[in-house]
Design a protein around this ligand. Structure first.
Ligand code: PXL
Length: 291
């Protein structure tokens, strides 16, 4: 670790309304005592999940002078964490960023934000999927959901895969570059009310699994919340399975706290209510090793 407070370059969009991307990432990482330096990829009036006619400002051209200024300051980052990109061309910019700011003992985390529930998000297309494969090749850790994994591997999205097939997908994702793969929203065949997070660490060949009980609501931004807890937790020195547990517990609690109210789901989870829980010590864990 280079900095007394771990420092993260967070390469994501800023969506003004709806609790996604930087508006979720910054408070979570700050609460986990991590300094966030946002490099915004786009500014949107709202995120794109459930809103139409949003205003979208692509910041591709602005990223390079921002990065140049950071270079001139000799800033060091303990992690580089990218997510929603505003244009396929930004992948090259992020790859250059990773090369320029590379450090020993640094985490490069790529959340290949492209879609969910079997569909791409409104601003994404085939070119972004192709480019995102390049970026995944630069990462130490990736956090795709099941839909994004299917896009990266060019496989059909199917909700009835065996544990063996899921592991094969994860190994193929790891062969694209990242030593750690964390796959979310993995359907559990025959267990309608459960999905799972499955993770793999190539260094020791172990697979980890945490079950998540299903709530019949979908809130945008929960993937950003999940990946941010993983980043913060690993930077605090937690093991991969403990980081998974913390992220699953936090997101589950956020969803449960929100579902009890009748807020429109497109406004996201009531993050403000649950943020202090991130400070609580981990009191129970539910991870399992997958044989
Ligand atoms: O949470 C992922 C995300 C990030 N940024 C924008 C989005 C979404 C998901 O819909 O629209 C702009």
């Amino acid at each position: 670790m280079q900095n007394s407070i771990p420092r993260v370059a967070a390469i994501h969009d800023l969506s003004g309304f709806g609790r996604a991307s930087l508006t979720v990432i910054i408070p979570i990482l700050s609460t986990l005592e991590v300094q966030v330096c946002p490099l915004p990829t786009a500014v949107l009036s709202t995120h794109t999940g459930g809103f139409n006619d949003y205003h979208f400002v692509d910041l591709t051209e602005e990223m390079i002078p921002i990065i140049d200024h950071w270079k001139s300051l000799d800033i060091t980052f303990d992690a580089i964490y990218s997510g929603f990109l505003g244009s396929p061309r930004q992948v090259d910019i992020v790859i250059d960023f990773i090369k320029t700011f590379a450090q020993p003992r640094q985490y490069v985390v790529v959340d290949p934000v492209m879609g969910d529930n079997g569909k791409v998000y409104q601003t994404m297309g085939p070119e972004m999927i192709r480019e995102m494969r390049q970026l995944v090749g630069m990462a130490d850790i990736i956090t795709p959901n099941f839909t994004e994994a299917a896009f990266l591997l060019d496989e059909p999205y199917s909700e009835s895969m065996t544990a063996r097939q899921v592991k094969q997908w994860i190994i193929r994702l790891s062969e694209m570059g990242p030593g750690k793969v964390i796959l979310t929203s993995v359907p559990e065949p025959g267990r309608k009310k459960v999905s799972a997070v499955v993770a793999y660490d190539r260094e020791d060949g172990r697979f980890w699994k945490v079950d998540c009980t299903y709530i019949p609501a979908y809130y945008p931004g929960t993937g950003d919340a999940f990946a941010s807890v993983i980043v913060g937790s690993l930077l605090q020195g937690d093991s991969l399975p403990i980081a998974l547990d913390r992220a699953v517990q936090f997101v589950s609690m956020a969803i449960r706290s929100t579902f009890g109210y009748s807020n429109p789901s497109r406004e996201g989870v009531l993050l403000e209510k649950v943020l202090p829980n991130l400070r609580a010590p981990v009191t129970s864990s539910s991870y399992e090793m997958m044989e």
